[in-house]
Design a protein around this ligand. Structure first.
Ligand code: HEM
Length: 388
């Protein structure tokens, strides 16, 4: 893994999927496909939106969505049929899409925005990315353009009334736009990548945490005890509070990102000839880094198949290239995800809030994930309110 994350060995430009470039990078050159100094400069720009001060702002903005999620789940549980089961994943996904629109660029998102995001995701997942009228892929491109029109509106509003958008990621990017000499199009393209990466991945992470807890009653009891003990903190926590007072919930999210294959591999091209474990890799070789294989490697993890948040308490997986669902290495120098801490912080408090409010009737069998990280069947669960 270390050899892959040495930028002298591996470059990203030219290894990306065409549909990723088209739908997620808006046909532009953006941070995931940049290399060398250009990458490091662009990355420094993006990292400005991921300091703990900014993440604390995102936590503030996301708090109202805890309430909204609780209300939606209660309503769904009240309306559930004879079996009384509710498909949790779609509720969480739609709430997250709206929450992240608010947090990243200050939009009070409605159903049309959600539909555009879902059409973009469907286009990205289309097995045949063919740009013809009537295809899911074309619908994804149309949705991408609609999303960009929304970002442009929000940008104009940010410029007109900055005080109303103090905590958004777009204000963090705007504050550094001149210093880094970025056009509006490039800034919004990076914002679009934020939107895609976070909206598509954070809802599955939360569901995976719940599924994982369903397989480990002891961990569920500890996570819930922590949520109960800090009920008042959940909707007002800062990153420091999470580290100090909600460690088990944070480890639960961390374990969810390890165990479930959110982005199982990363692609690259050998930039020069180099050696790995006695093998010579010729320059130009197409390379695949096994992120999920590393996250499940028995040489690193005790009983890797077990969902066990307490493993971090025991000091497991602390090496630089051990826990790699967000990539690896120094995030200023490599392509390691800059959004991991923001995603983990928001998910930690929301997980706590859901455990405080509900019993989910989670069963070990629900941990069967046939394809990728999305919960099979939308994660149907029997929900009981814990508070009147
Ligand atoms: C919660 C789940 C998330 C997961 C599992 C995830 C995972 C990843 C992975 C595996 C990479 C590639 C790392 C590499 O190539 O070495 C990446 C890159 C990236 N992610 Fe995330 N991500 C998540 C959330 C986010 C969020 C919330 C944001 C932004 C707000 C974000 C923004 C980015 C950006 C900008 C890059 C490109 C970094 C670069 O090329 O230097 N991600 N992410």
């Amino acid at each position: 893994m270390a050899a892959f994350y040495d930028s002298l060995n591996v470059k990203r430009h030219g290894s990306e999927l065409g549909k990723f470039r088209k739908l997620v990078l808006n046909d532009q050159e953006a941070v995931p496909t940049m290399d060398g100094d250009a990458h490091r400069t662009r990355k420094a720009y993006l990292l400005a939106a991921h300091t703990s001060e900014w993440i604390d702002g995102y936590l503030k903005e996301s708090a109202e969505f805890q309430e909204k999620l609780v209300v939606l789940i209660k309503e769904a549980a009240a309306g559930a049929g004879v079996e009384g089961k509710v498909a949790l994943f779609p509720i969480i996904l739609k709430t997250y899409i709206k929450m992240l629109a608010k947090v990243w660029f200050g939009l009070e998102a409605g159903d049309e925005y959600v539909a555009n995001f879902l059409a973009l995701s469907a286009g990205f997942q289309a097995p045949l990315p063919i740009d013809l009228p009537g295809t899911t892929y074309r619908a994804g491109i149309v949705a991408r353009d609609a999303l960009f029109a929304t970002y442009a509106d929000q940008l104009a509003k940010h410029r007109k009334n900055p005080d109303a958008y103090k905590h958004t990621a777009l204000s963090a990017l705007l504050a550094k736009q001149q210093e880094y000499e970025l056009s509006d199009l490039m800034m919004l393209t990076e914002l679009h990548h934020f939107v895609f990466a976070s909206s598509g991945l954070m809802a599955p992470v939360l569901c995976a945490a719940l599924m994982g807890l369903g397989t480990n009653p002891e961990a569920l009891a500890r996570a819930r005890a922590e949520a109960d003990a800090h009920a008042d903190l959940l909707s007002s926590a800062s990153t420091a509070d999470i580290g100090n007072q909600l460690p088990f919930l944070a480890w639960t999210i961390k374990e969810a990102t390890r165990k479930y294959a959110f982005i199982p591999i990363q692609l690259g091209l050998a930039n020069r000839e180099f050696e790995v474990d006695g093998y010579t890799i010729p320059s130009g070789t197409f390379l695949i880094a096994g992120l999920h294989a590393t996250d499940m490697d028995p040489a690193i993890w005790t009983a890797p198949e077990k969902f066990d948040p307490a493993r971090y308490e025991r000091g497991e997986g602390l090496g630089d290239f051990d826990h790699v669902p967000f990539g690896a290495g120094n995030k200023a120098q490599t392509h390691r995800c800059p959004g991991g801490p923001a995603a983990a912080s928001m998910s930690t408090v929301i997980l706590g809030r859901l455990l405080l409010e509900f019993d989910f009737g989670l069963e070990a069998g629900q941990d069967q994930v046939p394809k990728g990280p999305l919960p099979a069947n939308g994660l149907p669960v029997k929900i009981t309110s814990r508070r009147a």
